[in-house]
Every structure is written in structure tokens, then in C-alpha cells.
Design a protein around this ligand. Structure first.
Ligand code: FES
Length: 126
């Protein structure tokens, strides 16, 4: 007998997604007034909206995620786990994230991570 998610976890959401991208926009990340590299928050939100990605890959602009020493931190959460990226400068890595989200939405499962993003990956937990 198959066990439903509700039976396994006791509660279920109707808003299940394939992944969630959490972009830090806290006390340091994206704070150009503090000399930090810009994060294209408005462009990300607009692009997510135009491509209707939110139902598939949740975009969350968050407060401080913790590792401020790295700045411009992004966390990617999928059914396979959570990955962390940081030290992101320029718009290109954010375009790669959008393309990954689009591919994930199109595939209906987590797409392979663009190899270029790996240079920004770090280990968050000890
Ligand atoms: S402000 Fe982004 S990690 Fe703290």
C-alpha cells in the first residue's frame, strides 16, 4: 500500500514545488551602499513572474541567511537536499539560476546544475 505524503508527514501542502531558491537580501548581501556587489532582485522577481516559475520553483528573497562573510548568498533547496552558493558577483550567475529553474520547471524534476555555478558553492554546515 502506498503511503501518501499526508500519512507520512501528518500534514500536506497544496503548494508543493520542485525546488526553492532563496536569495539573501539581508544586512550585507546586495548592499551596494556598503560596497557589496549588487543582487538583481527586481529583475529576478520580474523574470520569475514573466516565466511563471513560481508554481514550480519558489523564489524567496530573504533576510540574512547567516554567512555574511561570503556575501551574495543563495540557497537552493530540492527534494535531494540543500545547496549553498555565495560570493556571487555580476548578473550572469543569476541568469544561470533562472535557466536552471526554467529547465527544472520544464522537466518536472530537478535539472542538472550548471557547471559554472559550482565555483560559487560552499559548505554551510560543519
Ligand atoms: S546578509 Fe546575506 S548572509 Fe547575511
Amino acid at each position: 500500500m502506498d503511503i501518501t505524503a499526508e500519512e507520512s508527514f501528518g500534514i500536506a501542502t497544496k503548494r508543493q514545488v520542485l525546488a526553492q531558491i532563496v536569495v539573501c537580501s539581508g544586512c550585507c548581501c546586495g548592499r551596494t551602499d556598503k560596497g557589496k556587489p549588487e543582487i538583481p532582485v527586481d529583475w529576478l522577481k520580474q523574470t520569475w513572474k514573466e516565466r511563471r516559475l513560481q508554481k514550480h520553483v519558489q523564489l524567496t528573497i530573504s533576510g540574512c541567511l547567516g554567512p555574511c562573510d561570503i556575501v551574495n548568498v543563495v540557497s537552493m533547496i530540492t527534494g535531494e537536499g540543500q545547496r549553498w552558493f555565495g560570493g556571487i558577483e555580476g548578473a550572469e550567475p543569476f541568469r544561470w539560476l533562472v535557466e536552471w529553474a526554467q529547465e527544472t520547471a520544464d522537466l518536472g524534476e530537478s535539472a542538472e546544475l550548471p557547471a559554472e555555478l559550482l565555483q560559487y558553492e560552499f559548505q554551510r554546515f560543519v
